[in-house]
Write a protein that binds this ligand. Structure first.
Ligand code: KG4
Ligand code: ZN
Length: 346
């Protein structure tokens, strides 16, 4: 099964061709630079860029795959979650292509695809052999923990109640004048320092009502952290670059530490931990997760760096395992910017 995947949920315009869920024949990703001056993604700019660039990127992905249009068996695209106006561009083009080519169309869940990205590494085990698994999706828009008892079954067991981890890092970088996206800059700066524990507070979660019924022990809050950094910068502005680096390092430690503590609590019974999303590139997070997994005898599955951020290979890959909503039902579907999870998808 050779699938053309399309991903436009945020500010990456991407198309890819993947065979049988794992073999990436081509993957073109364009990260839009237009958002940098704003310190965050501007939805209207993002969708306008997708409209301009996506047709060329799709053509390029098909050409680079070497299979040609006749070699594409199915079209898959992200239906949600993500920015509405961005999702509309990719989903509409996917519908049009599937109609024109007379191929099946499949709606794919973006977060489930992030978790599938670990299997695009040829060295990863068979996706059917890793359960029960715990899934951690950490990106600019999401920080979520999924219990995955069997292939294709996802149960959301924890999430952030406010900002996502990537968003918390991006906002801190903006405050410290480090540019956008802030995650990679903070990661680099933090490597030059030794983290101090407990400088920034762990976010208070509240009760089950605040978490939408999820166990508060497995949920996260990052908005208080951001306020704590703001107060600190106002009351004691960092005197030099070294002081900025130390602040960034301590802040990152708080974000990463909070995630790792939730993972530790949720690992019970899991054979593997799969980690996807842009923040999974973070070197400190990778080190701490590796330590925890070693200690607990759990296999750690990390995506290759090129598949950590938003990319269409993970969309075409997940589609190749049979997940998602297939046509004819897919042709009647609208995008879903807050598609809760794909656990009800056959
Ligand atoms: O998955 P992604 O590309 O897009 C979303 O779906 O959000 O993730 C983007 C996020 C940004 O917040 C960015 O700052 C963060 O991933 N990020 C990192 C690193 N590289 C990217 N965060 C921490 N450390 C990194 N090395
Ligand atoms: Zn993403």
């Amino acid at each position: 099964m050779t699938i053309l995947g399309i991903e436009t949920s945020c500010d990456e315009t991407s198309a890819a061709v993947v065979r049988d869920g794992r073999e990436v024949l081509s993957c073109v990703v364009h990260t839009q630079p237009q958002h940098q001056p704003f310190g965050g993604v501007v939805p209207e700019i993002a969708s306008r860029c997708h409209i301009r660039l996506l047709p060329g990127i799709v053509k390029q992905a098909v050409a680079e795959s070497g299979v040609g249009w006749h070699g594409i068996d199915e079209i898959a695209a992200t239906r949600g979650p993500g920015l509405a106006s961005s999702l509309l561009v990719g989903w509409s083009l996917a519908k049009g292509l599937a109609m024109r080519l007379g191929k099946p169309l499949r709606a794919v869940h973006h977060m489930e695809a992030h978790l599938h990205s670990v299997f695009l590494d040829p060295a990863a085990p068979d996706p059917h052999s890793v359960y029960p698994m715990l899934g951690l999706a950490v990106s600019g828009g999401h920080t979520s923990l999924y219990r995955m008892p069997a292939f294709g079954r996802l149960e959301l067991i924890g999430r952030t109640v406010d900002d996502a981890a990537g968003e918390a890092l991006d906002k801190a970088a903006k405050l410290l004048g480090l540019g956008y996206p802030g995650g990679p800059v903070i990661d680099k700066l933090a490597r030059t320092c030794t983290p101090h524990q407990g400088i920034f507070p762990e976010g208070r979660i509240g009760d089950h009502a605040a978490t939408g019924g999820l166990n508060p022990d497995l949920c996260l809050s990052f908005s208080g952290l951001k306020t704590a950094l703001l107060r600190r910068v106002e009351t004691a502005p960092p005197a030099d670059e070294a002081a900025v680096a130390q602040l960034a390092c301590d802040y990152q430690e708080a974000v990463v530490g909070a995630i790792v503590r939730r993972v530790e609590k949720a690992l019970n019974g899991a054979r593997y931990l799969a980690v996807g999303g842009g923040v999974s590139l973070n070197s400190r997070l990778r080190t701490l997760l590796a330590d925890v997994c070693r200690k607990r005898g759990v296999g750690l599955l990390l995506a290759l760096p090129r598949h950590c951020g938003d990319n269409a290979a993970m969309i075409a890959g997940l589609a190749g395992t049979g997940r998602g909503i297939l046509s004819p039902a897919a042709f009647d579907l609208d995008i879903d910017p807050s598609w809760p999870s794909a656990d009800s998808v056959a």
